[in-house]
Design a protein around this ligand. Structure first.
Ligand code: CMP
Length: 368
């Protein structure tokens, strides 16, 4: 948060300082802010280089190698770029507003990328989908060159400035194919307009294909990551550990991980039951309608009664501390129950025991 706040102050100060008509006092304060932020980033860089050997991934390397590895990593290089303004001042540059030193501070924005949570996923998606992405880009290029050539042939006599050369016609083709349409150059002949129309429709199609490729890539990558996350969590739930790898992998594909902070209601009494939950870490509290509470810890499950009895939820369930749950949706539960009778039996027996316990509690009978 502190890093983001310092970054925000620095970038904002650089942007405001580039305006000409600001009062001298403000200009002075902004320069002061930029200098302070630059010094913070310089100190941060030095400290990060210093503590690099502490990072788990460099544990095998010597301290010097660990520091070198961090220095040439992406965060290291971005950190180094962020220190450049300090070196520029040392070399005699002053911050005056639109000079090189203060414009260079805008590079601090790269540090924001280090806070982007899904940037590595995006990189993986682009790498996984490089073949379809390359195909779409090639298609884009083919359309671009054909349309520019067509427009050049059809329009060059009427508009020599705009379509007289292929590079000029290409500018029009790019603006049209990307559906930007500045309107600075428009075809005037019937043929040129036909080429433009086809190009605009092709542009929408190409963009739609690209969107589809990336969206599918993201969904697949997220499914893969979720699968790995679930594998890590299932080991903590005893009901799963006795199953063979093949059976387990079938269940893992259907489970979803959910992280909840403390004191969050997961299940409300009377709600329809569309899923059941396995606790892989943390603890939940079952608040029974009779007034009693029951604590369920790591490895336990809940939410099965509504699924088995096809009834509304029988109790309220809330977390007592930060908790990780594995969610199994009703349709997947029924499918798994039909494939793996042993698992279904354990869940059914526990549901039966809980139902009896609740009846005993309601009637005031001693606990079984
Ligand atoms: P469900 O009825 O779907 O939603 C509330 C859940 O609380 C219920 O499923 C059980 O999983 C759980 N629950 C209800 N009664 C008990 C009990 N006596 N002991 C442990 N868990 C219970």
């Amino acid at each position: 948060m502190l890093h983001l706040a310092v970054l925000g102050i620095g970038i904002l100060a650089v942007i405001i300082l580039s305006m000409d008509d600001i009062p001298p006092d403000l200009r002075h304060a902004l320069r002061y802010a930029i200098s302070s932020v630059a010094i913070v980033f310089f100190v941060e860089y030095v400290l990060r280089v210093w503590v690099a050997p502490e990072a788990a991934r460099y544990r095998e390397s010597s301290p010097a190698m660990a520091r070198l590895h961090w220095a040439v990593s992406l965060p290291g290089l971005i950190g180094l770029l962020a220190t450049v303004p300090v070196f520029m001042w040392l070399a005699g540059y002053r911050i005056v507003g639109s000079d090189a030193a203060s414009i260079f501070c805008v590079l601090w924005i790269l540090k924001l990328g280090l806070h982007a949570p899904a940037l590595s996923t995006l990189a993986r998606v682009i790498s996984n989908e490089r073949a379809p992405i390359a195909s779409v880009l090639i298609l884009f290029l083919i359309l671009l060159v054909i349309a520019a050539t067509g427009a050049h042939l059809l329009e060059r006599e009427h508009q020599p400035a705009a379509f007289g050369s292929l590079p000029n016609a290409l500018w029009w083709a790019v603006v049209t194919l990307t559906t930007t349409g500045y309107g600075d150059v428009v075809p005037l002949t019937a043929g040129g307009r036909m080429v433009g129309s086809v190009l605009m429709i092709s542009g929408i199609t190409v963009l739609a294909i690209m969107t589809g490729v990336l969206a599918t890539g993201f969904a697949q990558e997220e499914r893969r990551r979720e699968y790995l996350r679930v594998w890590e969590q299932v080991a903590r739930v005893p009901i799963f550990t006795s199953l063979g790898v093949v059976t387990l992998s079938e269940i893992v594909g259907k489970l979803r991980t959910r992280y909840y902070p403390s004191r969050i209601t997961i299940v409300r009494r009377g709600d329809p039951g569309d899923s059941m939950f396995f606790i892989s870490s943390g603890e939940v509290e079952v608040r029974l309608p009779t007034g009693g509470t029951i604590l369920l810890g790591e490895g336990a499950f809940f939410g099965e009664m509504a699924l088995l009895e096809r009834q509304p939820r029988s109790a309220m369930v809330a977390t007592t501390r930060p908790t990780t749950l594995l969610v199994l949706y009703a349709s997947d539960f029924y499918e798994i129950a039909s494939h793996i009778p042993a698992l279904a039996e354990v869940v059914e027996n526990e549901a039966k025991r809980r139902r009896n316990e609740n009846i005993d509690r309601t009637s005031g009978a001693p606990k079984r």
